[in-house]
Design a protein around this ligand. Structure first.
Ligand SMILES: C[S@@+](CC[C@H](N)C(=O)[O-])C[C@H]1O[C@@H](n2cnc3c(N)ncnc32)[C@H](O)[C@@H]1O
Length: 394
């Protein structure tokens, strides 16, 4: 069986055809599968999008063939996927009430074990035009492993870290797809990269192999490759595979890949870091006391009112970009305003202003940094900043 497309470095492969026929012919074993199958909701209904009334019909592939046929379809592709899933591998399947109960039943029948049903709570859902029931604002993603008793991989520590140091729950508040994700054209049901980014991080390691049997525009493959995982995607529509290929080529430019990652790092619920320069001597004193202070704003405005402050959970202290150390703040997004005299009582000698923003942190348990703050020419390194934690730990 010949792939339709393989990237130059072989980490992104596409097959054209029906996944129920292609998956049984694959020779690889996969660490993780993400499937965004037909939801069977193309029933002639209407919805509201960007101020306009639109049909909910997505294409012939999304039409229900009746309850029994839809169940049979789910059973067939889930059976094929189970054979190519590694024993410690996991599968994620997205859906709404239209398909998700059928998928859950099939998973259980086939011997998978359901681990979680994640609710993706959309932070910007379209309004309900009938005004007769609640606005649809969520989708579900079932996470299951191959066997009942064999352990699976879960990147617990990273998920907890990104969730401001507490266990990540099964409700994920993430925005719907952003316009910059459609640079290579529109797929009618394209998933946001943020959703796949989290799924890939939670359930795979670098170098792992990921399969998407309903790949569409290959959001899964783009997230996988951006994070150093390998990918195989299948779709029965050639036009979507062409979009997949273009999206893959787009991220061959390292600057584009980096800028996408930076956009993905900023999420509504994820922890942020105060990045603060302190001159030698002062940095050591701050660490000794577990106290970080900075001027309480100036005529240009204050750090306090910038988005992300309320999610601030970590502090990165550095001296001109060097000697970077990260610590956990004692309270999320909380600060005090101190006078210069109060700081003097703690042995500091502030010179620039009468009032200071003070953050308390735990100096005894520094946090490991995977990606240090890049050194930049000029003064910007010295200006305090609020950055997503992901920039430093993923
Ligand atoms: C919900 S969309 C996936 C969208 C994708 N997650 C993305 O972000 O672009 C489902 C895709 O499955 C494809 N499809 C439907 N039935 C299929 C089948 N039996 N085998 C392979 N692909 C199929 C459709 O063409 C469609 O592109």
């Amino acid at each position: 069986m010949n792939p339709l497309y393989v990237s130059d470095n072989s980490d992104f492969t596409l097959y054209h055809g029906d996944c129920r026929e292609i998956v049984p012919m694959l020779t690889e074993q996969f660490d993780m599968i993400f499937a965004d199958p037909p939801y069977f909701l193309s029933n002639g209904g209407i919805s509201y999008q960007s101020g306009q009334i639109v049909s909910v019909n997505k294409g012939e592939w999304d039409k229900s063939q009746g309850r029994e046929a839809d169940n049979e379809f789910n059973r067939a592709w889930l059976t094929a996927c189970r054979r190519v899933l590694k024993d410690n591998g996991t599968i994620w399947i997205s859906g709404t009430y239209h398909n998700i109960f059928s998928v859950a039943n099939c998973l259980t029948e086939l011997g998978y074990r359901i681990l979680n049903v994640v609710t993706w709570a959309k932070t910007n859902p379209p309004p309900n035009i009938s005004c007769r029931f609640f606005t649809y604002s969520s989708e579900f993603v079932i996470w299951a492993r191959k066997w009942d008793k064999r352990p699976h991989y879960y990147n617990y520590d990273l998920m907890r870290q990104l969730n401001a140091g507490t266990q990540m729950t099964d409700v994920w508040r993430l925005p719907a797809i952003a316009p910059w994700e459609k640079s290579q054209g529109k797929h009618p049901t394209q998933k946001p990269l943020r959703l796949l980014h989290r799924i890939v991080l939670a359930s795979t390691r670098e170098g792992d192999l990921v399969l998407d049997p309903f790949t569409g525009s290959s959001t899964t493959g783009i997230a996988a490759n951006l994070l150093g995982r390998r990918f195989v995607g299948i779709d029965k529509e050639a036009q979507f595979l062409d979009m997949s290929r273009r999206r893959r080529i787009e991220i061959e430019d390292p600057a584009m890949a980096r800028s996408m990652l930076l956009k993905l790092y900023d999420n509504p619920d994820e922890a942020t870091v105060l990045v603060n320069h302190a001159r030698p001597g002062l940095r050591e004193k701050m660490i000794e006391q577990g106290i970080c202070y900075l001027r309480a704003g100036d005529a240009k405005g204050s750090l306090l009112v910038r988005p992300g402050f309320e999610r601030m959970q970590y502090l990165l202290l550095h001296t001109g970009g060097e000697h970077q150390q990260m610590f956990r703040l004692q309270a999320k997004g909380r600060f005090q305003i101190w006078t210069r005299e109060t700081l003097e009582q703690y042995g500091f000698a502030p010179e620039h202003a009468p009032y200071y923003v003070v953050l308390r942190f735990d100096p005894h348990a520094p946090i490991a940094i995977k990606n240090p703050l890049p050194m930049r020419e000029g003064t910007s390194t010295y200006v305090p900043k609020i950055k997503p934690l992901s920039e430093f730990v993923i």
